[in-house]
Design a protein around this ligand. Structure first.
Ligand SMILES: *Cc1c(COP(=O)(O)O)cnc(C)c1O
Length: 380
């Protein structure tokens, strides 16, 4: 009999989600309006320490709204991490703007502050300046946000922090997502907590938050009839989904500690295989370890990350390569990419792998994953 599939990252309910959903049913607030939405926003504000929050239908929608609020429009330039999921950069194209992709550093796998500086200098010489910078905290690990914030301040450019994967992580003792002018979270089904689909925009700018709320509800001007003077979107989160989010917020810290111990077990069991390098956690940061990610140097290990993915798939276990960088995507082939000497994002993609990291993964399931990889190591 085939073993139950082990997923990379699957939803893991805490128990109280249904209580909040039932509450919405009782009050008949089955709409993008109601107590769950407001309370879910309050939960996020309390948790992250950011002043304002707006619950929306996806992380992508939150990034889109952050770009609009940053006045990014036709032909504007936006600097953006290259090693990420397409949801980070696609909204730049929605706005008719031009992404310029920035390479990763190997210390965090995230945007290299040096490469970012180089990009600012290059575009300054061309007489151009980006309207915004989007920095991603990959797999839960924060970028070097102090350095990146400083560079953005120096050039007076808006910083958007894509914390879709890093809710619950910390940097310098502060919560991930709270470092930019805007921060965004995702509650897609595979994230550390989920609302089955959803996102959140956070900012300390109340005027901007209220305008984003206006845009997310079809930009209805004040009138009895439907009057519109701005282009709006249907981006608000439903009260049902927000109910799931409230239940999930109660267990977020627990999920972080489970995912961190999953990472530690992988690292302890596999860390001494030749050519294995786990994603680092820089000293002033704490990663939520959303996914355990590592690179495998096939020359040293004698097998590749692709071999591991195939061996696991044979046993009905899901593992994935690291994100394919945006500058290598056909969709983005016409846009600029700034790196220092070598293409780190490409190297991380070529050798990188994400191992199953669900917070409800059984110890026995993780043992199987580890054994399959150890067997590859001894078989070679
Ligand atoms: C998941 C994710 C998003 C947003 O995803 P949605 O599915 O739209 O909620 C954005 N950026 C990154 C890096 C992500 O992993």
């Amino acid at each position: 009999m085939e073993k139950e599939r082990v997923f990379l990252s699957r939803p893991h309910m805490g128990g109280n989600e249904q209580k909040y959903i039932e509450d919405a049913f009782e009050k008949n607030w089955i709409a993008p309006l109601g107590e769950n939405v407001t309370e879910f926003e309050n939960d996020i504000k309390r948790y992250t320490g950011v002043g304002e929050a707006l619950a929306v239908s996806s992380g992508t929608a939150a990034i889109h709204l952050a770009l609009i609020e940053s006045n990014v429009g036709q032909d504007d330039i936006v600097f953006c991490s290259s090693l990420t999921f397409c949801a980070t950069s696609n909204p730049i194209l929605y706005q008719g703007a031009q992404p310029v992709f920035i390479d990763s550093e190997l210390d965090t796998w995230n945007m290299s502050p040096e490469a970012l500086k180089k990009a600012f200098e290059k575009y300054e010489q061309l007489g151009q300046k980006p309207k915004a910078v989007i920095v991603v905290n990959l797999y839960g690990q924060s970028a070097q946000l102090n350095e990146i914030r400083e560079i953005c301040n120096q050039y007076d450019v808006v910083l958007i922090e894509d914390a879709a994967e890093s809710l619950g992580s910390e940097y310098n003792g502060k919560k991930s997502g709270s470092f930019g002018d805007y921060g965004i979270y995702s509650f897609n089904g595979n994230k550390i907590i989920t609302t089955s689909g959803g996102g959140m925009l956070v900012t300390n700018d109340k005027v901007s938050r209220d305008h984003a709320l206006f845009l997310s509800t079809q930009a209805r001007d004040k009138a009895i009839h439907y009057e519109h003077s701005e282009l709006g979107y249907n981006y608000r989160l439903s009260n049902i989904s927000a109910g799931i989010g409230r239940g999930q917020m109660e267990v977020l810290d627990n999920r972080v500690s489970i995912r961190r111990s999953i990472f530690e077990k992988y690292q302890q069991s596999l860390g001494n295989i030749n050519g294995f390098e786990f994603q680092p956690e820089i000293t002033n940061s704490k990663s939520n370890r959303w996914l355990t990610a590592l690179t495998i140097d096939p020359e040293k290990a004698g097998f590749s990350s692709k071999d591991v993915i195939e061996a696991l798939e044979k046993e009905n276990i899901e593992a994935r390569p690291v994100w394919k960088p945006m500058h290598l995507q056909p969709l983005y082939s016409n846009y600029d990419f700034i790196k220092l000497n070598s293409d780190n994002a490409k190297a991380l993609f070529e050798n990188g792998i994400c191992l199953p990291s669900s917070s409800d993964m059984q110890a026995e399931q993780q043992d199987r994953v580890i054994q399959i990889i150890k067997d590859l190591n001894s078989d070679k």
